[in-house]
Design a protein around this ligand. Structure first.
Ligand SMILES: *[C@@H]1O[C@H](CO)[C@@H](O)[C@H](O)[C@H]1NC(C)=O
Ligand SMILES: *[C@@H]1O[C@H](CO)[C@@H](O)[C@H](O)[C@H]1NC(C)=O
Ligand SMILES: *[C@@H]1O[C@H](CO)[C@@H](O)[C@H](O)[C@H]1NC(C)=O
Ligand SMILES: *[C@@H]1O[C@H](CO)[C@@H](O)[C@H](O)[C@H]1NC(C)=O
Ligand SMILES: *[C@@H]1O[C@H](CO)[C@@H](O)[C@H](O)[C@H]1NC(C)=O
Length: 381
């Protein structure tokens, strides 16, 4: 069973098509049946409000269906308290028989936003989604603010906000504490502004895995600022399949990331992994994904692993313009002082703080490790 206290959702202007899948969707509330008109002119605000109210008040599994079309909406406010969606995940997490039963259906994603434009989704809380809590696909000019996502850190596949094929997306002030990526971005993510994220537990903020299929859309233009990570497995991660198809990742900036005293269990605070191959089913090889112009600035805190900065590159596509500026990550564990691990990256020269720390060649061999009590790197080119 699914319980929803109140659904608070603001749509501004147009909505192309949007499916809210709540729980294991069976009871369907189709806006067309309540008189919605998808002509781009008729004001559908009242209809949508009624449909959401009906869905929220009914018990059991439900789906609000908004068929493809252009719906004119005034800002709709259905609120009092912030909206809470309880996915009732624990009832399903232990029943996952898909490994034994090939006909087993995937568990539902709690909220799907598909083909939405010019919208704002605000003050929503997802608790214990059965599968991914928020999936954003083919959206444009959408702002998500104050989205809170909660699930136990040992829950399967929960994650946070997942984006794909979407552009001009803002994710502001979310709190995400689950298992999986707090925010993850797949091919076609462009101009993404992520700000004031409180992440952890979870896997940090991730780009990828990229290069899985042919003709993947590029990934570009991320601004990730003022985020804190607490007890996450990774911090800022870019991953491409080891044996990949060609694509491009460029213009990513990660700035003012505060890990001080809050990131005690992070494995790799900064990682670019172009050798991603987590299972036996994937092939090793040289990634054909070109990574260019990635900036890490003002990142500080503690690392629970010795390798605070880990760059696993592709010999086929050396990365270009990776900037590490004002990074101070300390490690207090048993293995000694913090280290960075660095391989094939082009045009890296050593910084001022540690004149002997990095030289051009120290980053050209695979996995060379240098050790310092704290790591302060500035690369210029
Ligand atoms: C999970 O299994 C329990 C007991 O085996 C059952 O009562 C429950 O209905 C199942 N949940 C789902 C979502 O199938
Ligand atoms: C169910 O388990 C399979 C593998 O056993 C896994 O691939 C799948 O993601 C799981 N699904 C959920 C929703 O946990
Ligand atoms: C940074 O984030 C914190 C909360 O995570 C917030 O209180 C603070 O105002 C943010 N700073 C800026 C400049 O946005
Ligand atoms: C990427 O960044 C470079 C340098 O800052 C800039 O010249 C270029 O226009 C950017 N590309 C895109 C597609 O934003
Ligand atoms: C680096 O961080 C440590 C611990 O957080 C702090 O003691 C040290 O002063 C910092 N170093 C610089 C140069 O900011």
């Amino acid at each position: 069973m699914v319980s929803i206290s109140t659904f608070h959702c603001v749509f501004l202007m147009f909505l192309l098509a949007c499916i809210f899948e709540v729980g294991y969707g069976k009871m369907v509330f189709n806006v067309m049946e309540d008189g919605a008109i998808a002509d781009g002119n008729t004001d559908n605000s009242k209809v949508f409000e009624n449909v959401f109210n009906k869905a929220c008040q009914s018990k059991g599994r439900k789906l609000v269906l908004i068929p493809r079309g252009i719906y004119m909406l005034r800002p709709i406010l259905i609120l009092r308290d912030s909206g809470k969606l309880d996915g009732q995940g624990p009832s399903a997490w232990n029943n996952n028989t898909s490994s034994k039963d090939p006909n087993c259906k995937a568990l539902p994603i709690l909220l799907r936003f598909d083909f939405i434009t010019n919208s704002r989704i605000t003050h929503l809380t997802s608790i214990n989604s059965k599968n991914a809590p928020v999936n954003v696909f083919a959206c444009k000019d959408v702002k998500f603010d104050h989205i809170h996502i909660i699930a136990p850190k040992d829950s399967p596949n929960t994650g946070g906000i997942h984006l794909g094929s979407s552009s001009n997306i803002q994710i502001l002030d979310p709190t995400i504490a689950t298992r999986g990526d707090c925010v993850s971005m797949s091919p076609g993510s462009k101009n993404i502004n992520i700000k004031n994220v409180k992440c952890g537990p979870g896997h940090g903020i991730s780009v990828g895995s990229l290069g899985e299929g042919p003709n993947e859309e590029d990934v570009s233009g991320f601004m990730v600022t003022n985020c804190t990570f607490k007890g996450t497995d990774n911090g800022l991660r870019v991953k491409t399949w080891a044996r990949s198809y060609a694509s491009n990742v460029f213009n990513l900036t990660f700035e003012d990331i505060i890990m001080d005293n809050v990131m005690d269990n992070v494995n790799n605070p900064i990682i670019i992994d172009q050798q991603y191959c987590p299972s036996r089913n994937c092939e090793k090889g040289d990634s054909q994904v070109q990574i260019r112009n990635v900036k890490y600035r003002n990142i500080r805190g503690t690392s629970s692993s010795k390798i605070a900065v880990d760059f696993e590159c592709s010999k086929g596509k050396p990365r270009d313009k990776i900037e590490l500026n004002n990074i101070n990550l300390t490690y207090h564990g048993a293995e000694g002082a913090v280290a960075s691990s660095c391989s094939t990256a082009k045009r890296i020269t050593n910084g001022q703080q540690q004149p002997d720390s990095y030289s051009t060649h120290s980053c050209s061999t695979f996995h060379e490790i240098k050790t310092y009590s704290s790591l302060i790197i500035q690369f210029f080119w």
